[in-house]
Design a protein around this ligand. Structure first.
Ligand code: GMT
Length: 375
């Protein structure tokens, strides 16, 4: 098939998932056309089956807000026509689903049909999408999609709850390439971070408010009262300065390393013992799944779709949002017992294997085949 994938090219989970999906589809012989405004961060390979079409937004002194959605729809039309696409798969509703609707109408006038599949990822529904600035367009463009998928049951239910959606929403869980994440730790790297064999905790996110990075620091400070440990903070974003300040106030800053945005997550996870994700909401928590694939158990909140991924007392522990005392207690208990920690590591890995790329990508292919002929 010739598939157009529209996504954000940044480190966010939706862009990562869309890029990994495109790479996997290309490996299986499909032609994959990425349409976005910048080379996606995980699009770091050469494949004869992968094409990248950059959306260029022309500026003009009149525009306070350059019209990205118009440029995106026009690029979609261009790629549909010139590369004879069989379908468009858009990740994150805003503005990708409405731009796809526009492109679909334009090519329809020329006698061509192009199925549009919209995958909802989370904040497009729970935070941004239901704001009344966007809601009517989001509702319309989701309903106009030929198929709608959500990355967890929780997100499916949230979508029905917040929007008058008239179509079925299919749940297709996010996936991870287990083979890539199941790596041996690089001893020299571990020695640099934890020279005295301290346990290593890790958090990865975009450091937005929803991620509650200050909870991560507070949990770590509690753990440090009981044992020597290090904390790796991966990613960057608006709440980094307050996390740094809190670390200094709590006297644990010397044991925290901010690594910034990292492409080689598997190497960081390979030396880690525990992943912390205390978010206000996660539709899925792809970062937690990647941790589990690297045999790292997860201490998380029980918000959104996290209980579907992180299994209480098996792959890690969950607690209500903001319950720092419970999350700290669970982390301390787990880190203090090497046999139990190893058992959780193995169980986390087994859970990640259920979401392996090999199991999930065929579900997308089956979905596509309902809308266009397989070659
Ligand atoms: O978490 C973010 O802020 C990024 C966001 C995105 O759209 O890139 O992530 C969302 O999609 C991911 C992939 O499906 C999910 O794993 C995340 O849980 C989800 N984030 C939220 O729901 C807050």
């Amino acid at each position: 098939m010739r598939i157009g994938i529209v996504c954000y090219p940044t480190f966010g989970g939706s862009g990562v998932l869309a890029t990994e999906l495109g790479k996997a589809l290309a490996d299986k012989g499909h032609s994959v056309h990425f349409i976005t405004y910048q080379q996606p961060v995980r699009l770091n390979i050469f494949s004869a089956n992968i094409y990248y079409h950059e959306v260029r937004v022309r500026t003009y002194p009149l525009f306070d807000y350059p019209p990205y959605e118009v440029a995106l729809a026009s690029t979609m039309v261009d790629v549909i026509r010139n590369h004879d696409l069989d379908l468009l798969h858009v990740h994150y509703a805003i503005p990708h689903a409405s731009a796809a609707y526009m492109a679909k109408q334009i090519v329809k006038q020329q006698g061509r049909t192009i199925p549009v599949i919209t995958t909802l990822h989370g904040t497009d529904i729970t935070l941004v999408g239901k704001d009344k600035t966007y809601e009517p367009v989001v509702t319309f463009s989701i309903n106009e999609s030929d198929a709608i998928t959500a990355v967890s049951n929780n997100l499916r239910e949230e979508t029905f709850h917040s929007f008058p959606i008239t179509k079925e929403i299919e749940v297709i869980y996010n996936f991870v390439d287990v083979a890539r994440f199941n790596k041996k730790p690089i001893d020299a790297f571990r020695k640099v971070i934890a020279p005295n064999d301290e346990k290593i905790l890790v958090h990865a996110s975009n450091f937005r408010k929803v991620k509650r990075v200050t909870d991560v620091i507070r949990i770590f400070a509690e753990v440090r009262k009981h044992q020597a440990a290090k904390l790796l903070m991966v990613g960057d974003g608006p709440d980094r300065p307050i996390a740094e300040e809190l670390g200094r106030d709590l006297g644990v800053d010397a044991d925290i390393r901010y690594l910034g945005k990292q492409e080689q997550m598997e190497e960081i996870l390979a030396i880690s013992d525990l992943f912390i994700l205390p978010s206000d909401y996660e539709s899925f928590g792809l970062a937690a799944l990647e941790a589990m694939a690297a045999k790292v158990p997860v201490i998380s909140s029980n918000a959104g779709g996290l209980p579907e991924i992180n299994l209480q007392g098996e792959t890690g522990f969950l607690a209500p949002v903001g319950d720092i005392a419970q999350m700290s207690a669970d982390a301390i208990t787990l880190l203090a017992d090497d046999a139990k920690l190893q058992q959780f590591k193995d169980q986390a890995y087994a859970q990640a294997c259920r979401y392996d790329i090999q199991n999930i990508v065929p579900i997308y292919e089956q979905l596509y085949s309902r809308f266009c002929r397989m070659e």
